[in-house]
Design a protein around this ligand. Structure first.
Ligand SMILES: *[C@@H]1O[C@H](CO)[C@@H](O)[C@H](O)[C@H]1NC(C)=O
Ligand SMILES: *[C@@H]1O[C@H](CO)[C@@H](O)[C@H](O)[C@H]1NC(C)=O
Length: 284
């Protein structure tokens, strides 16, 4: 009797565990793009353990910094070194940043199973790792281009759009927001670029955004180390005026996470207890 019921109870518990962790997702966790290298590493190799400690470092660091990079060198340095970084969107609070990076890392694990390199962009954060260094290297490869619908050519709207984008190009700093009328724009560089490289990368993204998206009412242009986006009607670009809301949301998320962790701890203890009962005295 116990032998059939116990596995059932266990799987129901695990199912709820899974449900509760996925219900935490919010708009900052929406998937934008991801990619993996062709080369795979050997399971249980030193590279794999270096990669695991890299990913752990990224997630830990995201609790106190919106950008960081790591280089993990193993005992045989030349073969097993792995480089990685993450960048959170400039307006995210630290708990939101940490939640986003944790989610990106877990999605990378399933998307890029055992590959030597991988990159993933969610709405709120970017994570990349590779066994070849890319830290501090400007890279203007187009990785995502998405243009919204075009409701006919509207010269006034395009003038406003071009003005917003020019404002983004002109304002320095790794994270830039701007808006005029209904049009909102945002641009961001990965934190490893210098001021000049960021300027150059954002200019390139904006140039392509204008030519490739024409008169579309929204557009996203992601290069490997920076992006530029705009929307009409402010649907999915967040601006500085949302700061207050996002930090209180952040505190809420943080409280939920703490609650969840406590819940998971209790569940794990309960599961361990159940297993003992299920296995019975001396049973296996
Ligand atoms: C990365 O790993 C792949 C596969 O193990 C290997 O072929 C390649 O040479 C490595 N690149 C570097 C820069 O170590
Ligand atoms: C990587 O991180 C180190 C230490 O945090 C920092 O000194 C260095 O400038 C960073 N490198 C890049 C390319 O961002």
């Amino acid at each position: 009797m116990a032998n059939t019921i116990c596995p059932l109870i266990l799987s129901v518990l695990l199912f709820f565990l899974f449900l509760s962790s996925s219900s935490l997702s919010s708009s900052t966790d929406s998937f934008l793009y991801g990619g993996c290298t062709q080369e795979k590493y050997t399971p249980n190799s030193p590279f794999e353990s270096n990669l695991n400690s890299l990913l752990t470092s990224l997630v830990n660091s995201a609790t106190y910094s919106s950008y960081n990079n790591f280089t993990i060198v193993g005992s045989t340095p030349l073969d097993d070194v792995v480089y990685g970084l993450y960048q959170c969107r400039g307006d995210l609070s630290m708990p939101d940043c940490a939640t986003c990076v944790a989610r990106a890392v877990s999605q990378l694990g399933s998307l890029c199973s055992q590959t030597c390199g991988g990159a993933l962009q969610l709405e709120g954060c970017y994570v990349k790792y590779d066994n070849a260094t890319f830290l501090g290297v400007e890279d203007k490869t187009v990785v995502l281009k998405k243009c919204g619908s075009s409701n006919g050519y509207n010269p006034d709207a395009m003038t406003v759009r071009d003005g917003v984008l020019a404002g983004l190009a002109g304002s320095g700093g790794p994270y830039r927001v701007g808006g005029s009328g209904e049009i909102q724009g945002v641009a961001q560089c990965v934190g490893d670029l210098s001021f000049e490289e960021c300027q150059d990368c954002v200019s390139e993204a904006i140039k392509r955004l204008k030519t490739d998206c024409g008169s579309a009412d929204n557009g996203d242009l992601f290069l490997a180390k920076c992006y530029a986006r705009y929307t009409t009607g402010g649907s999915h670009v967040s601006s500085k005026s949302h700061n207050d809301k996002s930090s209180s949301n952040g505190e809420k998320t943080f409280a939920i996470i703490i609650g969840l962790l406590a819940g998971i701890a209790i569940l794990i203890i309960f599961i361990a207890f159940l297993r003992k009962i299920c296995e019975g005295p001396g049973g296996k």
